[in-house]
Design a protein around this ligand. Structure first.
Ligand code: PLP
Length: 443
């Protein structure tokens, strides 16, 4: 029998036949409230007429133009807009088809920069233990998610790893947060010194960690310290904003809230809000200038680079975020949503932490709030929560992360920026129900 390969090879998911606003409907007529924008993607909700119109107009003029032959006005306009709104001199933009491609692009660009700078000895990337940067081989090598990496380990390039900035679980009891941050930075510096600063290309991290930890923000000053270390040792700082970027945390770029300018920023998901597969890499001027003055070529490229319809969708999404003041809405609604979550789960015996920024929030599930003991990973609580929430007509994004062999379950919430207070209340109500059913099912 011929069939489409799904993630779960033993189970076909329901068919989405219609999606509108905050809802997706399946073939049986059941509707699901979108509490996670899929995987933090659908920031404008579904079937937004302005985005559809922009895509249709682009399709009618130029549906495709190979970037080796042509540029298009729409791709140029999108690049200019992203650069204008980015911090510092992140003015150079490379357009791809998704988050993993954006990461691969950033790895190759960073390496080529040092080759053309007369430092070919720089060949090591640094990243954090609990991190996810995509599923292609370079991106998978960069990420520290053990179970995703495991079968492919022999194929992955060596990446040096340090601790994540994960206050809830890793800050020693009683330790001051500034001391915790200083210790993390000291660990990073020691790692750089161990490898030899002249061998390191750069450090990659998510400003707010999504899939592996569940909306974990950095401690104050952490990224300022990272920036200072990268400057001290001549390394590049790559901020992976594929999940947390494009307004999700209340600023267009999540790193803006840290007051530092990365050398490279990767974008995906919210860039075109799911209307088209698109990603982007933003690069500081001097990096691209080095290549322009050197070989004159970036040795990279994909067939769908700067795809005009994808660019039209992304441009329309960016314009709507500005026109409808959605960054402000994310901040205001995010605060409301967090309050609702605290009211519903603040004293729940199995919710250890509620965290995040803007409309990018996470709940960490624990068996015991006092000891923070996670559930037995074999119970697969996160999978049960996903299924039971679906039964209750809600999409959330639960995951099981791993830290040094211990496994924790968390639920990521990333509703569309258009969510009303009533929508957020519904998400919380259905999640309460779904979580209760999931806990019942694993007992
Ligand atoms: N980087 C981060 C932080 C992500 O969360 C993801 C996907 O979840 C990726 C990269 C990979 O993006 P994609 O799935 O579009 O390839």
């Amino acid at each position: 029998m011929t069939q489409l390969i799904h993630r779960n090879l033993r189970q076909t998911p329901p068919a989405a036949v219609c999606a509108f606003g905050m809802y997706v409907r399946d073939g049986e007529g059941k509707t699901y409230l979108d509490g996670s924008g899929g995987a933090a993607v659908s920031s404008l909700g579904h079937s937004h007429p302005d985005v559809l119109a922009a895509m249709q107009a682009q399709l009618k003029t130029t549906a495709y133009a190979h970037s080796g032959f042509f540029t298009t006005d729409v791709a140029e306009e999108l690049a200019a807009r992203l650069a204008a709104d980015a911090p510092g001199d992140l003015n150079q933009v490379y357009l791809v088809s998704g988050g993993s491609e954006a990461i691969e692009t950033s790895l190759k660009l960073a390496r080529q920069y040092f080759v053309e700078s007369g430092e070919p000895g720089r060949r090591v990337f640094l990243a954090r233990r609990q991190s996810y940067h995509g599923n292609t081989l370079g991106a998978l090598a960069l990420g520290g998610n053990e179970w995703r990496r495991k079968p492919f380990e022999p194929l992955l390039m060596d990446v040096a790893r340090v601790s994540p900035c994960y206050e809830y679980r890793e800050r020693p009891a009683g330790q001051d947060v500034n001391q915790y941050t200083a210790d993390l930075l000291a660990e990073l510096e020691q790692k750089i010194l161990d490898i030899g600063p002249k061998n390191v290309i750069g450090f990659c991290a998510e400003p707010v960690v999504g899939a592996t930890l569940g909306a974990v923000p950095p401690t104050p000053g952490y990224f300022k310290g990272v920036r200072a270390l990268c400057d001290r040792y001549g390394m590049l700082f790559i901020a992976d904003e594929v999940m947390c970027g494009m307004g999700r945390t209340g600023t267009l770029y999540a790193i803006e809230q840290e007051g530092v300018v990365p050398d490279i920023v990767t974008l995906g998901k919210g860039l075109a809000a799911g209307y088209q597969p698109v990603g982007a890499v933003l690069v500081r001027d001097h990096i691209v200038e080095r290549l322009r003055a050197g070989s004159g070529v970036f040795q990279h490229g994909h067939t769908y680079n700067a795809h005009p319809v994808a660019a039209a969708a992304a441009l329309a999404v960016q314009k709507l975020i500005q026109r409808d003041c959605l960054l402000g809405a994310v901040t205001v609604r995010g605060a409301t949503f967090r309050r609702m979550l605290r009211d519903a789960f603040g004293t729940h015996p199995n919710v250890g932490d509620i965290r995040g920024r803007g409309l990018f929030l996470g709940l960490e599930l624990v068996q015991d709030r006092d000891t923070k003991r996670p559930f037995d990973p074999d119970l697969k609580l996160h999978a049960a929560v996903k299924q039971k929430a679906m039964d209750c007509g809600l999409m959330v994004y639960p995951m099981g992360g791993t830290i040094d062999g211990r496994r924790g379950d968390h639920i990521l919430l990333a509703p569309p920026f258009i969510a009303t207070e009533a929508d957020l209340g519904q998400i919380v109500a259905r999640l309460s129900d779904g979580l209760a059913r999931a806990l019942e099912a694993i007992r």
